[in-house]
Design a protein around this ligand. Structure first.
Ligand code: FES
Length: 130
């Protein structure tokens, strides 16, 4: 089974990459949800936002071509790069992928998980207090 490695599964506080084996045809977003990587998904994977924006650093040629609608939605995304894809649309082929989660996706994930945002804020306050 092919694998997806998320380089920054918890954003800045990631302790290292997270690798998960996936069935061919699984989306990057579904894989992230299975392993706990923080890929946002404000529209629930319905191709109506850009919060699942990720960078596919290795294996991008094994993904299905980007469709017009995905391109249209990508126009709403921030910091788009040649390796940008929407995690809900990019489905795993036969090759392993290495993926970096975009800042907008990490922020969206925290919006969707307010308890985690509170934890982060508490940790930051603790650090500041010394
Ligand atoms: S989750 Fe909204 S476009 Fe992917």
């Amino acid at each position: 089974m092919p694998k997806i490695t998320f380089k920054n599964p918890e954003g800045a506080r990631s302790k290292g990459p997270l690798t998960v084996e996936c069935k061919r045809g699984l989306s990057i977003l579904d894989a992230a949800e299975e392993c706990g990587a923080r890929v946002g998904h404000a529209c629930g994977g319905n191709l109506a936002c850009s919060t699942c924006h990720v960078y596919v650093e290795e294996g991008i040629d094994s993904l299905p071509e980007i469709a017009d609608k995905e391109n249209d939605i990508m126009d709403k995304a921030f910091d788009v790069r040649p390796e940008s894809r929407l995690g809900c649309q990019a489905k795993l082929g036969d090759e392993d992928l290495v993926v970096e989660i975009s800042e907008e996706s990490l922020r969206a994930w925290l919006d969707e998980n307010p308890d985690e945002r509170k934890k982060l804020a508490a940790e930051a306050a603790e650090k500041k207090a010394g």
